[in-house]
Design a protein around this ligand. Structure first.
Ligand SMILES: CC(C)(COP(=O)(O)OP(=O)(O)OC[C@H]1O[C@@H](n2cnc3c(N)ncnc32)[C@H](O)[C@@H]1OP(=O)(O)O)[C@@H](O)C(=O)NCCC(=O)NCCS
Length: 143
């Protein structure tokens, strides 16, 4: 299993992973300009991306194909996306989630008021989706 920078040719596989996990695909092509994938041979089995807004970023589209979950791929993808974010000058990484609010605190993310997140990364298309109203916002300051 390799965590690698996402390539344009990964787009279709990433969209399929997101669709299978009921995660939004809108805006994904742009987001994966700062993205990583988990590759098992030729297969893309996981992904994570960062939308960059100056020194803030939105971590999104974190997904692992169901048969590969529970083996640390998700953690490795988040670590990889954080490295991409740092390299792009991001110092604070936000995320919105409806499904994994109990997982991200293990990775150093802490709940933050949704309006605080909206003020910083509200330009993201994710904030125009329904999860912006019901999702939990979390934040991590990158060292
Ligand atoms: C969330 C997700 C990316 C985690 O990927 P993963 O490769 O299974 O994660 P890891 O192997 O690094 O971590 C596994 C651990 O996290 C826990 N965990 C995984 N998903 C969780 C969730 N949604 N909520 C709470 N805990 C979760 C597992 O129970 C496991 O715990 P253990 O180590 O005590 O056994 C994956 O479950 C997934 O793709 N879910 C569907 C999409 C999704 O919800 N993405 C987040 C949207 S922002």
């Amino acid at each position: 299993m390799q965590i690698e920078t996402a390539r344009p040719s990964d787009a279709r596989a990433v969209e399929q992973l997101l669709a299978d996990a009921d995660l939004p695909v809108v805006g994904v092509t742009a987001a994966f300009e700062h993205g990583v994938v988990a590759r098992d041979g030729d297969a893309v089995v996981g992904a994570a991306a960062v939308e960059v807004f100056g020194e803030a970023g939105l971590l999104r589209s974190v997904v692992v194909e169901s048969s590969h979950r529970g083996t640390g791929v998700g953690l490795a993808l988040v670590n990889g996306a954080e490295a991409v974010a740092r390299a792009a000058g991001v110092r604070e990484l936000y995320l919105l989630t409806e499904t994994a609010a109990a997982w991200f605190p293990r990775l150093g993310y802490q709940p933050v008021d949704r309006e605080t997140a909206r003020a910083v990364v509200g330009q993201s298309i994710e904030f125009s989706l329904s999860c912006a109203e019901t999702g939990v916002a979390l934040r991590r300051r990158l060292a």
